[in-house]
Structure formats: C-alpha cells, structure tokens
Design a protein. Structure first.
Length: 250
C-alpha cells in the first residue's frame, strides 16, 4: 500500500478528471475510466513519454499531475509509440520508456499488429495499455474482434501480458510499475489489458449502467483509502469540497 499522501494525490487526480470531463461533449468524456489513466500514468517517471490515441483529455491531466512536461505527451497511436521508443533506444537511454494508451477497437486494425511485431522484434521499451471498455464507437467488441481475451494477443508477439481490473486504480498502478521496470531493464515491451467501463454512451443498456454504477472507480478507491487509513476521511472530504461539482466521490 502506498503512503496516504500518495493515495490522496491519486484520488485528487481522479476527481479532477471527472470534474473536467463533466464540462466536455459526451463523445470525448472519460467518465468511469479514470482508474486506468490515473493508475497507469502516475506509475511512470516524469521523463517517460506517453502516447495517447483516443480521448486524451484524462490522460493529459493525469500526466500533468505527475509533473511531466508537455513534450512528454503526444497524441498518436501504437505506430507513433514505436517511433518514439526507437529514438530512445537509438540514444541508449535505458531510463526512459514509452507508455501507449489505446482503446480496444484498435486491436482490429493492422497498425496495432504491425506495431506489436516491431516492438517485440526490436525489444523496444514500451508499455502498451489497452483501455478495454468492450465497445469501439458503439460496436460491442465481441462482434468485431476475434479474441475475446485481448491480452492473449501478446503471446503471438512473444511479450508478457496481464489482464487487470481497470476499475481498481492500485491494480493498474502495480501492473504498470512492473511493466515499466521490465522495459527499463532492456527486456522489451509488455501489454496490459485494463478492463474498464465508460458510463457515457447511448449504446449502453440500462442493465449495464445499473451494474457498473456500483463499480464507480472513484467510489471504490475512496473506500480502499478509508479501509487502509480510517483517519483519511477528513482529508477526502476536504478534496471533495474543494473540487465542487465532482461526482461519484462518496
């Protein structure tokens, strides 16, 4: 378990993401997926590079909370992540890695598989994080992608992979820490399949919304903090009060 101050920083980041997205158009909102970005990007070093292929608002905010410069955040896809990792590899900089955030729909496109092949063949320092919310622009993934267990794609490219609960921020955090260490050690890329749920979208059924409302990642994490640090209730309430308009915080 992290120190209380670190947990509160993560909680604040998740609340900020939810609050900022509440002002955005529904097509770019990230509500429900905050644990993936907060867990993954706060596990990185300030000088690591992040490539965000879709809905980058939450990713960028989480990255800024880590103190990273704008130059370390790039809009792009897995191919762009490979290009950056190649550049790092060419300089012999073994301390920095690339974290590529992308949605599950990308696994049905050729650029993803080309990127996996190159990254594995050249042992590039990349952590691929799939935000698996089961839908690609409204299409349920099992009707578009042949492999239901998305993390299993990694086996064909001889890279380690793991599926994590993307609603549990500390689970994502731990997985990315391990994968980042793997890349820094010169062992090549990894893929993390973070199973999550985006609550915005007219294609969601009412039954899905009811079930997943109980799994709000902010609500879950708040409970985890209080379980570990009962005295944190006042600090959490202060954060909630400061960030007026945040939802799902209690």
């Amino acid at each position: 378990m992290l120190e209380l101050s670190e947990l509160l920083d993560i909680y604040r980041t998740m609340i900020l993401m939810r609050r900022c997205d509440g002002r955005a158009d529904g097509s770019v909102r990230y509500d429900g997926e905050e644990a993936v970005a907060a867990g993954a990007l706060l596990a990185l070093g300030a000088h690591d590079h992040v490539v965000s292929s879709y809905r980058p608002r939450g990713h960028r905010l989480a990255r800024q909370q880590r103190g990273a410069a704008d130059a370390q955040f790039i809009d792009g896809d897995t191919q762009r992540a490979v290009e950056i990792a190649r550049a790092l590899d060419a300089t012999g900089d073994g301390e920095r890695i690339v974290c590529c955030m992308f949605g599950d729909a990308l696994l049905g496109e050729g650029v993803f598989h080309e990127s996996m092949n190159i990254a594995s063949n050249e042992k590039l320092p990349i952590v691929f994080v799939c935000e698996n919310n089961f839908y690609g622009m409204g299409t349920l993934f099992d009707g578009a992608i042949c492999q239901e267990d998305l993390y299993r794609f990694a086996a064909g490219y001889k890279m380690p992979s793991v599926r994590v609960d993307g609603m549990e921020v500390l689970e994502v955090y731990a997985a990315v820490l391990d994968a980042a260490a793997h890349g820094r050690a010169g062992e090549g890329p990894s893929i993390i399949d973070a199973v999550t749920y985006r609550v915005i979208g007219e294609y969601r059924t009412r039954e899905e919304e009811i079930i997943m409302a109980e799994r709000d990642p902010i609500r879950i994490f708040r409970g985890r903090i209080i379980d570990a640090y009962p005295e944190a209730d006042a600090a959490l309430a202060t954060i909630d009060a400061e960030l007026t308009g945040a939802s799902g915080s209690n």
